[in-house]
Design a protein around this ligand. Structure first.
Ligand SMILES: [Fe+2]
Ligand SMILES: [Fe+2]
Length: 276
């Protein structure tokens, strides 16, 4: 191979569209950690795009328009949600008007929001899809059939496709990964708030991780005050769950994609926030 060929090949290999996907952002600690740290993280990791799940921002459930704006101002390009999407009524008009937030594609057809969005940063067109699982969760349409429908609609409008599969059961998540393997760039799980140590590139080339974890206080029960959750569990007395405070971390996955839009790597991302 000529030196020129080598350089072209080298460029193709190293030129990375690097994407960070952040898991469920929980409460003020999570939002503040994103706001304070994301600009520097984007620079340090040379990130081109950031997608974040924001279903738990508003006191642990939902997202307000102001909080959505804060995320975009902090450098998040596309926001995904989950089963807590409708906790704040005020977000409903945003779901309809903004092309930087998606609702689960297997929600009822009449629900507000978009089944998928494409974010174009000038160098890459990123499609983002959100799907909800059905095991131990509210009844929704089949996520597998919804994925087929949405991928048919997206067709060739995107270079890379990220699926946030917001589900409880690891087996469901593995099935979705295998079902979409080779058809999308990444299937990344959210909802359990606990990061799994299974990030991998599946045989067909799709990056996969059962759950990327949450952005929020890990000294907690899934982001909520441990004492309050235990009290309610042990007594069944009405108890308010507040968002916890300690051991704030940002958790997610970094996907590296080459110029041919092939996944080169998936790495778990975790940053402990010292001054939270
Ligand atoms: Fe959830
Ligand atoms: Fe969540």
């Amino acid at each position: 191979m000529s030196l020129y060929g080598l350089l072209i090949n080298f460029h193709t290999e190293i030129y990375a569209m690097k994407l960070l996907f952040l898991g469920d952002i929980v409460g003020k600690p999570g939002l503040q950690a994103v706001k304070k740290n994301l600009p520097e993280i984007k620079e340090d990791h040379e990130l081109d795009l950031v997608v974040a799940n924001a279903e738990n921002v508003d006191n642990g459930s939902g997202l307000t328009p102001a909080q959505f704006d804060t995320l975009l101002e902090s450098g998040v390009n596309v926001v995904t949600m989950g089963d807590h999407i409708s906790r704040c009524f005020s977000i409903e008009p945003v779901l309809t008007s903004s092309d930087q937030i998606v609702r689960p594609a297997n929600f009822p057809a009449k629900a507000n929001g978009r089944d998928w969005v494409v974010f174009d940063n000038g160098a890459v067109k990123l499609a983002v899809i959100s799907l909800l699982g059905r095991t131990f969760m509210r009844p929704v349409d089949c996520p597998f059939l919804a994925a087929d429908r949405v991928l048919g609609e997206i067709a060739d409008q995107a270079d890379v496709i990220l699926v946030d599969f917001h589900a409880e059961a690891t087996a469901d998540k593995q099935m979705m990964g295998r079902y979409l393997d080779g058809r999308v760039t990444a299937v990344l799980g959210t909802h359990t708030h606990v990061p799994t140590a299974d990030s991998t590139i599946l045989p067909g080339g799709t990056a996969f991780q059962c759950d990327v974890g949450m952005c929020g206080p890990y000294d907690s029960i899934l982001g909520r005050n441990t004492r309050q959750v235990l009290k309610h569990t042990l007594t069944s007395k009405p108890t308010r769950y507040h968002v916890a405070r300690g051991d704030v971390r940002l958790s997610g996955a970094v996907i590296d994609v080459n110029k041919k839009w092939e996944v080169k790597s998936i790495k778990r991302f975790e940053k402990k926030i010292e001054d939270a």
